[in-house]
Design a protein around this ligand. Structure first.
Ligand code: BES
Ligand code: ZN
Ligand code: ZN
Length: 496
């Protein structure tokens, strides 16, 4: 897709935003004049609506040179902000996509509001265009004629074009990176193994000049990564610990550690999942996809920050040699873990990932994982569950997530909760203290490995995928937290 600012390059298809109860101004007024007052007339007669997200199409007479105009209602200007603008653009582009339009001139100035500066309007435009037109990459033999997609979007504006171009670029990078994460999560598990995930990360590293390290099974054995190795025992696919480093500061200090759960398939292991809950467990690498999506944004926008991304990847399978309930394992940190449930595998791989990030200089940690069904029971499918050991870091993350319009909600970890994960006859910790509050149990378990390092834990089990298509995309992977993670990194304030 190609976004640019362009003075009336393409008049075939034009898009205009309309605020409720306001006079047409700027480009919209010019257009109204060109159409000899038709817009004013149609608005008055109720043929086109300025109600938020309402779409209307109008076909002007041929002399104007314009074939069709898409009008989209922006609602009241007083409650039109970045979030609403993204939604409005998503509705518009979804429709343009359905109508198979290839190029469109958006009169961007008609989408700028008193609480929405020009640059943010441009960001909203390109981000929403990419999200709304995302299509699942399936493996069907298509017999229909090839799809036509929106290829060219021209933002027509009287504003400073450098500013608009900057906004378009940021939105494009954000939208594109969310879509990359979606594609990874939607991939069938036989086509996205841990090795495939590692190759994907290597491509990113090559493109953006990240330092990359991929630890194989022998290296994990040498280091004593008992968590990820235990989960991998049942598999014929080799595990991978994928490490990307981005250095945006002179010194390797104030390093942000992003740790992702990369279970490419979760059968549950010997604590086998019931057949109905196993379907869909290809998405259990959602956390790692969010981290890789955020790294794509970081690689493109190159903030002055230091980041280490660690992805602990394997599948969770069964064999004669697989980990069993009752096993005791020794994690990379040296802490021992009694395995009570092989389906609580995410926390085992994350334990090693978190320890590895700390050992390589992470001074704050954010882990992301499709970790528990419990978080879905607690918060549903719209809100990501968050736990932390540091309120200040949580506040920074919360701000970033609000800026991106991704809902999060904090769950507490009490001293009694910590006792429950430390309760084991055989080891320092147990990996499954029972169903009560089990999203919190998973968080508390990872907290044992974060120790004193400021840490935020994101449980995206409910939000990584959706069963409802929306203006922002189809059912399936959502790419949740890609934008929040990247924005958090961009705005991060380390030690003052
Ligand atoms: N991958 C699952 C969590 C999950 C559930 C992700 C639903 C996406 C949708 C995780 O590994 C798991 O199986 N968790 C168990 C933990 C339990 C055994 C303590 C769960 O949530 O039931
Ligand atoms: Zn599991
Ligand atoms: Zn899992």
């Amino acid at each position: 897709m190609f976004f640019s600012t362009n003075e009336w390059q393409h008049k075939d298809t034009v898009a205009i935003g309309l605020f409720q109860k306001s006079q047409l101004s700027g480009k919209a007024k010019e257009m109204d004049e060109l159409l000899e007052g038709r817009i004013t007339e149609l608005l008055k007669e109720g043929d086109i609506s300025s109600k938020r997200n309402q779409l209307s199409k109008f076909f002007p007479s041929p002399e104007t040179g314009i074939k069709r105009i898409y009008f989209v209602g922006l609602g009241k200007e007083s409650d039109y902000t970045f979030e609403e603008a993204k939604e409005v653009f998503a509705h518009l582009f979804k429709k343009l996509h359905q109508d198979k339009k290839q190029a469109v001139s958006v009169l961007l100035d008609t989408f700028i509001g008193k609480d929405l500066p020009a640059q943010d309007a441009a960001h909203a435009l390109s981000e929403s265009c990419l999200l709304a037109t995302y299509e699942l990459q399936d493996f069907k033999h298509k017999t229909n004629e090839p799809d036509r997609f929106i290829e060219f979007v021209y933002a027509t504006t009287d504003h400073d074009t450098a500013e608009i171009q900057a906004g378009l670029k940021v939105g494009e990078v954000y939208g594109q990176s969310v879509n990359s994460a979606r594609t990874l999560v939607n991939m069938p598990p036989n086509m996205l193994t841990s090795s495939d995930l590692a190759s994907y990360a290597a491509e990113l590293a090559y493109k953006y000049e990240f330092e990359i390290e991929i630890l194989d099974k022998e290296q994990m054995e040498e280091l004593g990564m008992g968590g990820i190795l235990a989960v991998n025992r049942g598999s014929t696919e080799p595990p991978k610990l994928i490490v990307l480093k981005y250095q945006g500061k002179e010194e390797w200090t104030d390093v942000i550690g992003l740790v992702g759960k990369g279970i490419t398939y979760d059968t549950g292991g010997y604590s086998l999942k019931p057949r109905a809950s196993m379907v869909g467990m290809k998405t259990d690498m959602g956390g790692s996809a969010s981290v890789l999506g955020a790294m794509e944004i970081i690689g493109e926008l190159r903030p002055e920050q230091n980041v280490i991304a660690v992805i602990a990847s394997t599948d969770n399978m069964i064999s004669a040699d697989a980990m069993k309930p009752d096993d005791v394992i020794v994690s990379l940190s040296g802490k021992t873990i009694e395995v009570l449930n092989t389906d609580a595998e995410g926390r085992l791989v994350l334990a090693d990932g978190v320890t590895y990030a700390k050992q390589h200089g992470a001074s704050v940690l954010v882990d992301v994982a499709t970790l528990t069904g419990g978080v879905i029971v607690a918060l549903g499918n719209e809100t990501t569950g968050v736990m932390t050991n540091n309120d200040e870091l949580y506040a920074q993350f919360k701000e970033a997530s609000e800026e991106c319009g991704e809902m999060i909600w904090q769950l507490p970890i009490t001293e009694k909760d910590k006792k429950r994960v430390r309760n084991s006859k055989m080891a320092d910790l147990n990996n499954s203290p029972g169903r009560d509050g089990h999203a919190i149990m998973a968080g508390a378990f990872i907290g044992e490995f974060a120790e004193d390092t400021p840490w935020v834990h994101l449980d995206i089990a409910g939000t990584a995928t959706t069963e409802n298509s929306s203006c922002f995309g189809p059912t399936g992977a959502t790419g949740v937290m890609v934008r929040s993670l990247a924005t958090f990194v961009e705005r991060f304030e380390g030690k003052k």
